[in-house]
Design a protein around this ligand. Structure first.
Ligand SMILES: Nc1ncnc2c1ncn2[C@@H]1O[C@H](COP(=O)(O)OP(=O)(O)O)[C@@H](O)[C@H]1O
Ligand SMILES: [Mg+2]
Length: 330
């Protein structure tokens, strides 16, 4: 099933953009911006089997990036490729195969499932859509439920989402994402809506399944402690752009970008259930309809200088990291 030449990278984004159209004729007359630059000039490569945390505050474009990579959205500029093929240009059998090969686990399990579908039907639906023979469905549903640690799976089949706990339902959502044996999974804050007491269990299942199946994965979170628990590599995003990219432990112990430094300073200990201090750089991210010129981080940045208003910092290599800042590391 490999792509052209079977390179060792599975995902490649090159200057990718996702600009949402917003507003109406009245807001346009008032001179308000007509786009939100949710993803704005992102370049990255994910190797097969690699697992990357996508970290940043709410609104910085993490979910949008994930949606591009499973083709729930299409780039409005630049390129996003899966196994060598432009994701937005796939059609027919290739698109159908892609729909199985690449999956997203959504943030809120109660929104992610149809409340009127039994667990059995929830899990059979992707099998049916993918054209899997009916005779195989039962065994595959049971295997998927076992895979995500729902022991005694038969007891769940005829139950409905509201009869499950949040943690159980998120495992079902994970089972549904995995039932077609994908190669690539985007997990979008999969534990943020769950009770603290069940988070570790769901995270462990995610890690375990990912490693056993050799998945390529993106784990989205606003929480560095969670990303650290799950991923060896971390990409830090701010207002649609990548600020820093490198090994998670290096980022935790010696963050280079001033934004990453603020995120790290706000995490007191690496515990999954730890509450967080406010960021030491003041209030939340500015409006992505109207990002600052030059470096998008400059109006919260302790290192800011004149140049930051005019020159967009391009990612540059510093040690093990790529860092998009004119002054970091100097
Ligand atoms: N469908 C949409 N239409 C318009 N704006 C959107 C849409 N989805 C997200 N946005 C905006 O894009 C920006 C990035 O959102 P999102 O990708 O959800 O960020 P994150 O997942 O990091 O919180 C936000 O400003 C958000 O309001
Ligand atoms: Mg999100």
């Amino acid at each position: 099933m490999g792509g052209d030449g079977m390179s060792d990278s599975l995902i490649e984004m090159t200057n990718a953009q996702l600009h949402y159209k917003v507003g109406n004729s009245i807001s346009a007359m008032m001179g308000l911006p007509s786009t939100v630059k949710a993803v704005d000039g992102v370049s990255l490569t994910l190797k097969r089997g690699e697992s990357v945390g996508l970290l940043g505050e709410s609104g910085c474009g993490k979910t949008s990036m994930g949606r591009v990579l499973v083709r729930l959205e299409q780039v409005t500029g630049g390129s996003a490729r899966f196994d060598g093929k432009e994701i937005g240009q796939m059609k027919g059998a290739e698109l159908q195969a892609f729909r199985s090969r690449s999956q997203m686990i959504f943030q809120n399990p109660f929104d992610a499932v149809n409340p009127r579908y039994s667990i059995r039907r929830t899990l059979e639906e992707p099998l049916s859509n993918a054209g899997i023979k009916r005779g195989e469905w039962h065994d595959r549903v049971i295997a998927a439920l076992e895979l995500v640690g729902l022991g005694d799976p038969e007891q769940f089949l005829e139950r409905f989402p509201h009869q499950l706990s949040g943690g159980q339902l998120q495992r079902v959502v994970m089972a549904r994402a995995l039932i077609l044996e994908p190669e690539f999974v985007v997990a979008d804050e999969p534990v943020s809506m769950l009770d603290v007491s069940v988070r570790a269990g769901v995270l462990n299942v995610f890690r375990d399944v990912r490693d056993r199946l050799g998945l390529t994965a993106i784990y989205i979170s606003h929480d560095l402690a969670l990303v650290r628990y799950v991923c060896e590599r971390t990409i830090v995003m701010y207002l649609g752009r990548i600020m820093e990219d490198g090994p998670t432990e290096d980022i935790v112990h010696a963050p280079l970008h001033p934004y990453t430094q603020a995120l790290v300073a706000a995490v007191p200990t690496p515990h999954v259930d730890q509450s967080h201090a406010p960021l030491p750089i003041g209030a939340g991210a500015p409006d992505p309809r109207n990002p600052p010129s030059g470096c998008v981080f400059r109006d919260r940045c302790p290192l800011v200088q004149d140049r930051c208003a005019s020159d967009i910092p391009q990612p540059r290599k510093i040690g093990t990291r790529l860092v998009a800042c004119h002054f970091a590391g100097s």
